[in-house]
Design a protein around this ligand. Structure first.
Ligand SMILES: NC(=O)c1ccc[n+]([C@@H]2O[C@H](COP(=O)([O-])OP(=O)(O)OC[C@H]3O[C@@H](n4cnc5c(N)ncnc54)[C@H](OP(=O)(O)O)[C@@H]3O)[C@@H](O)[C@H]2O)c1
Length: 251
């Protein structure tokens, strides 16, 4: 029996879509988020043998590493097929009005959380021939007014992927932009962004949503699941834009 997949931020949005995709393909999945949404609870009833959910805050290393340990014990294995770090939060504000606490929280959740869970997962990933997928964002590689704190946290994640790939060549690690996706995060950006985003960005967002440029979560769900199961050493260490990731995954 192959190893398990440990997936963060699966209570809704892109993470929930990744969980659905992985479960449909027969994987054993452990999910980690602060809450169990009704959708995740329904999934648990649908897949009682292959889905295990643990609640906790990814910014708390004791909570995340104990969740990984519990998940391995639950599935009676020490092997990890993939670690998918998808949980994330925004910090929306122009620099002039930004809150240091919001920036620190974004870095704690989006970036610093990766270190303890990756460290804890390395032995299982090596044993299981596993992969790491870090959910990044296009904001990491292009300036978006009002998103500096969030962008910097995702850029740090990209740099982490690049170095980890060098240090751990046996474990493919890739940072993937999931595209512009209709989730509660995108809705929050639409509301909070009104006071911070540039007018052309607000116009683009309105147009994108009207013209169908905004993806449904199942599209990145399929692409990120594909990388969790198939990322090769050729892409290891790379940040992949949504367009490149979708092309490589071919799904
Ligand atoms: N939506 C987009 O257009 C877009 C674009 C680029 C990148 N992304 C990235 O894609 C990922 C998923 O975003 P999404 O749009 O699906 O967002 P979302 O709908 O807000 O979902 C975020 C998920 O992360 C979990 N989470 C948040 N803080 C957490 C914490 N401290 N500990 C554990 N889990 C936590 C949430 O669960 P709980 O609240 O239950 O903890 C939820 O399951 C994020 O990394 C985001 O930055 C999204």
């Amino acid at each position: 029996m192959s190893g398990i997949i440990f997936l963060t931020g699966a209570s809704r949005g892109i993470g929930l879509a990744i969980a659905i995709e992985l479960l449909k393909s027969g994987q054993r999945v452990a999910t980690f988020a602060r809450t169990t949404s009704p959708e995740l609870a329904a999934l648990q009833s649908q897949y009682p043998d292959t889905l295990f959910t643990v609640n906790g805050d990814i910014a708390d290393p004791a909570s995340s590493t104990s969740a990984l340990k519990k998940s391995l014990e639950h599935f009676k294995t020490t092997s990890i097929a993939a670690l998918v770090l998808n949980a994330g939060v925004q910090a929306i504000s122009v620099v002039a009005r930004a809150s240091l606490d919001d920036w620190k929280r974004a870095f704690d959740v989006n970036f610093f959380s990766a270190l303890p869970i990756v460290q804890a997962a390395l032995p299982g990933l090596k044993e299981g021939g596993g992969r790491i997928v870090l959910v990044s964002a296009s904001a990491a590689v292009m300036p978006i007014q009002g998103m500096a704190g969030y962008s910097a946290s995702k850029a740090a994640l990209n740099a982490f992927a690049a170095t980890l790939a060098v240090e751990e060549p046996s474990i493919p690690v890739v940072a993937v932009d999931p595209g512009l996706v209709a989730t509660s995060m995108a809705m929050e950006a639409g509301i909070k962004g009104k006071d911070h985003f540039a007018p052309d960005m607000l116009a683009f967002a309105a147009k994108a949503s009207e013209s169908g440029l905004v993806l449904k979560p199942d599209a990145p769900g399929r692409v990120i699941s594909w990388f969790a199961l198939n990322a090769s050493k050729e892409v290891s260490g790379k940040y992949l834009s949504w367009a490149d990731a979708a092309k490589i995954a071919g799904v």
